[in-house]
Design a protein around this ligand. Structure first.
Ligand code: PRX
Length: 654
C-alpha cells in the first residue's frame, strides 16, 4: 500500500454542507423511487432475479438466481439462456421500434450517419454471418482495435450474437500492447480500421496491427479492415479482408440463439499492480442485467424521448457497458462521436448537445476540468437546455468541478450522478438515484439497490461514519468479473485475499457523517490519469526495458486537469553514452509511448543519481510523490541513505 487513506487533505471533504434534492417534478416522473432500497435489502438475490426477468428477453428461463457455492467464482441466473445481440437489437425491432434511432454518429471531420434499430440489427446480422464465414465459432476470441465508429458497436454485438468473445483494445495502445493482448486471449480474428481522425488529421491503426502480427507465433487467421479515412495501408493477401466487401457478400438474415447465462461475453484488459495487464472476463446474463438496470435507474433513461450521450471510448469499460450494452438493451437513442472535444473548436461537444438535443450526458471529471479551464463563455454560446441528467465517472470529481458541471452545463437544474465502478465490477455500483437522492458535490454517495458496498479498516471491520478505510464489496453482484482470463488464482489473490470473504476494490474511501461514501483514489500501485487506469509497475517495466535505464520508479502526482500525471524517476546505466543534443527524458518518454501507448507517456522523466530505498531495498515511492507534488519529502529516516532525497530535491530545483 503506497498511500494512506486517512490523510488530512481529505478532512475538508467531510464538511460539505451543500445538498441538492431532486425537484418534485423530477422525482414524480423518475424511473425508480426511494422504496427500491428497502425492497432490494429484503431479498437481494431475489431483487436481481426480478430485474433479470423484467429487463431481458430470455430464450430459456433460469433455475437459480445465484450459485455462490464455489466462491469467489460466481454463477448468476444458472441454467438460463439469453442472446445479448437479440436483447440489444432484434427484440426492439420486433416490438415495432425499428425506426427509432439507435445511433447518431458524428465523425470528427463532420460526416454524420443516423442508424435506426432496424439498420443496426441488419448490420449486426451481416457481420455475424461474415465472422462465421471466416471460421469464427462460439467461444473463439476476436480482438477489436477500432476507433469510435459504428462498426465498433456492430463488431461487438456480432461477436456476442454468435457467442464469440470480443477483446477490445483501445486504439491508443501500441502495437506491442496489442500483441500481448492478442496472445493472451489467443485471438483468431482482428477487426480494425485503416485509421481514424485526430485533431483534424488522419491517424492510423492498421500499421500497428501489421506490426503486432509481424513476428510469428500468433493465433490470428484474418484481419478485417474498415475503411475509415481512406489512407493507403499495407495488405497481406489471404489474411486481410475489407470490411465492406465482406459485409456485402454476407446475408442480412441471421437467427440469434440463446447462450448460457455464464457464457463469456468479453475480455477487457486493464492495468493492475503488476506489469502484466489482466484480462477481465465478463459473462452474459448478469452483466446485461446490471448494465441495463443501472443505465435506466441511474440516468433515469426514458427510451422514447431521451437522447443519451456517453463520451467514453469503446476501448474502455465505460464504452462497453454504457455505449454498447446498457443503452442498446434499453432501446436508447444515443450520440456517438469519433473525435476530440477541441476539434475543430473548443465548443464541439456543446454544439453536439445542441444539435442532437442531448438530454443525458455521461463524461469524466478530467473533461469537465478541461472545459472549466477553457472558460464558461464557450458552453454559454450553446443551447444546453435539453440536458436533464449529468453523469460523471472514472475518478473522484472535486466539488469545484461538480459545481461547475451543475451550474454551467446543467443550468442548476439537471441532477448530477457521480458513478463509482470499475472494469471489474462491470457496471455502476455506487451512485445517487437522480429522482431520490439529495446530491452532494464530490461524493458518489450511496451503493445502488442490491449492492453491498462497505468501507472497512485494516482488519476488515466496518468503519463508523466520519472515518476512512478501504472500499469493499461484501456480496456478489450480477455484473462482477468472473475471473482473470486464464488465471483463476490471480483472480482470487488480487480481489478476494486482502479481506476475508470480501471483494477489495483497490480504492480508499470515507463515510461522512450521513454515511455517504467519498472515493479517495487508489491505495495500490494503480494510477488514474484522465480517468485511464495505468500501472506504475507496467510503466517502470517499460522504462527499464530501454538499454539506457538501470532502474526506474514511477509515481502518480496530483495534476489539476488530468487528476494524476505520470512522473518517472530513472537512474541511467553508468556505461551509456548519450550523444550531444540527445535528451534522455524525451527519448524515454517516446519509448514508453512505443511500449505501451501514448496515454502512458510520463509527463516528466527525471534522471536522478539514486532512488530513495529502505534498508531492505524497497523503493520509497511516497517520498518521490512528495517531491513530484512539490512538497518537502516527509520522514526519510528509514532510508538506507537519508541524503538521497535531498540530492533529488536539489536536482529538481535545478
Ligand atoms: O479508482 C477508481 C476510479 O477508477 C478505478 C477503475 O478504473 P477502470 O477500471 O478503468 O474503470 C473506470 C470506469 C468505470 C476505480 O478503482 N473511479 C471510477 N469511477 C470513480 C472512480 N473514483 C472516484 N469516483 C468515481 N466515480
Amino acid at each position: 500500500m503506497s498511500q494512506t487513506v486517512n490523510g488530512d487533505a481529505f478532512e475538508n471533504l467531510l464538511r460539505e454542507e451543500r445538498k441538492f434534492p431532486p425537484t418534485p417534478e423530477f422525482a414524480a416522473a423518475a424511473n425508480v423511487r426511494g422504496d427500491i432500497y428497502a425492497k432490494a435489502a429484503e431479498d437481494r438475490v431475489g431483487f436481481w432475479a426480478e430485474q433479470a426477468r423484467s429487463i431481458l428477453t430470455w430464450s430459456k428461463d433460469f433455475d437459480e438466481a445465484l450459485d455462490w457455492s464455489d466462491a469467489p467464482f460466481a454463477k448468476w441466473f444458472v441454467g438460463g439462456e439469453v442472446n445479448a445481440a437479440y436483447n440489444a437489437l432484434d427484440r426492439h425491432v420486433e416490438a415495432g421500434h425499428g425506426n427509432r434511432v439507435a445511433i447518431y454518429f458524428e465523425g470528427e471531420p463532420g460526416d454524420t450517419e443516423t442508424i435506426t434499430y432496424a439498420d443496426l440489427t441488419e448490420r449486426v446480422k451481416r457481420a455475424a454471418n461474415a465472422f462465421e464465414s471466416l471460421g469464427i465459432r462460439k467461444g473463439d476470441r476476436v480482438a477489436v482495435y477500432l476507433p469510435m465508429i459504428p462498426e465498433a458497436v456492430v463488431t461487438m454485438l456480432a461477436c456476442a450474437r454468435i457467442g464469440a468473445v470480443h477483446s477490445v483494445v483501445f486504439g491508443g495502445f501500441s502495437a506491442d500492447a496489442l500483441r500481448s493482448r492478442i496472445d493472451d486471449a489467443e485471438a483468431k480474428l482482428v477487426v480494425t480500421a485503416d485509421g481514424t481522425y485526430r485533431r483534424g488529421k488522419p491517424s492510423s491503426l492498421k500499421p500497428a496491427v501489421d506490426d503486432a502480427l509481424a513476428a510469428p507465433g500468433h493465433t490470428v487467421e484474418h484481419v478485417v479492415v474498415v475503411k475509415r479515412n481512406g489512407q493507403d495501408v499495407a495488405w497481406t493477401e489471404g489474411r486481410d479482408v475489407h470490411w465492406a466487401d465482406l459485409m456485402e457478400a454476407s446475408s442480412p438474415e441471421h437467427t440469434a440463439v440463446g447462450h448460457d447465462s455464464e457464457h463469456p461475453l468479453f475480455i477487457l484488459y486493464t492495468s493492475g499492480t503488476t506489469g502484466k495487464p489482466k484480462g477481465i472476463l465478463h459473462t452474459t446474463a448478469g452483466y446485461l442485467t446490471q448494465t441495463a438496470f443501472t443505465h435506466s435507474a441511474v440516468f433515469d433513461l426514458k427510451p422514447e424521448t431521451d437522447v443519451y450521450w456517453c463520451t467514453a471510448d469503446i476501448g474502455w469499460v465505460t464504452g462497453h457497458s454504457y455505449v454498447t450494452y446498457g443503452p442498446l438493451v434499453n432501446g436508447a437513442t444515443q450520440v456517438m462521436y469519433e473525435g476530440t472535444p477541441d476539434t475543430p473548436h473548443q465548443g464541439r461537444w456543446w454544439e453536439l448537445v445542441q444539435k442532437y438535443k442531448v438530454s443525458i450526458l455521461y463524461t469524466a471529471p478530467t473533461a469537465i476540468r478541461t472545459m472549466m479551464k477553457w472558460g464558461r463563455e464557450i458552453p454559454d454560446k450553446y443551447d444546453l437546455s435539453s440536458l436533464r441528467v449529468l453523469g460523471s465517472v472514472g475518478e473522484p470529481i472535486n466539488p469545484e468541478a461538480w459545481m461547475w458541471y451543475r451550474e454551467v452545463i446543467g443550468h442548476g437544474k439537471a441532477p448530477i450522478v457521480d458513478t463509482w465502478w470499475q472494469t471489474e465490477t462491470g457496471a455502476i455500483m455506487i451512485a445517487p438515484l437522480p429522482g431520490v437522492t439529495a446530491t452532494k458535490p464530490g461524493s458518489a454517495q450511496v451503493p445502488l439497490p442490491g449492492i453491498a458496498v462497505d468501507v472497512v479498516d485494516e482488519n476488515g471491520a466496518p468503519v463508523p461514519n466520519g472515518h476512512g478505510g478501504f472500499l469493499v464489496v461484501r456480496e456478489p453482484w450480477p455484473s462482477m468479473l468472473r475471473t482473470i482470463w486464464g488465471d483463476p488464482e490471480r483472480y482470487r489473490d488480487t480481489y478476494w485475499s486482502r479481506f476475508e470473504g470480501m471483494y477489495f476494490a483497490g480504492d480508499g474511501a470515507k463515510k461522512d457523517d450521513d454515511g455517504d461514501i467519498w472515493l479517495l483514489g487508489r491505495v495500490d500501485d494503480v494510477m488514474n490519469v484522465s480517468g485511464h487506469r495505468l500501472s506504475t509497475t507496467e510503466i517502470e517495466s517499460a522504462l527499464v526495458s530501454h538499454e539506457w535505464v538501470a532502474e526506474a520508479a514511477v509515481v502518480g502526482a496530483v495534476d489539476e486537469t488530468t487528476g494524476q500525471a505520470v512522473v518517472a524517476f530513472v537512474i541511467l546505466r553508468g556505461e551509456v553514452e548519450i550523444a550531444e543534443g540527445e535528451d534522455p527524458s524525451a527519448v524515454l518518454r517516446a519509448h514508453v509511448g512505443k511500449e505501451i501507448g501514448p496515454i502512458a507517456k510520463p509527463k516528466h522523466v527525471l534522471v536522478v543519481p539514486e532512488l530513495p530505498k529502505t534498508r531492505s531495498g524497497k523503493i520509497m515511492r511516497r517520498l518521490l510523490k512528495d517531491v513530484a507534488e512539490g512538497r518537502d519529502p516527509g520522514d526519510a529516516t528509514t532510508l538506507a541513505d537519508p541524503g538521497v532525497m535531498q540530492q533529488i530535491a536539489q536536482d529538481l530545483r535545478k
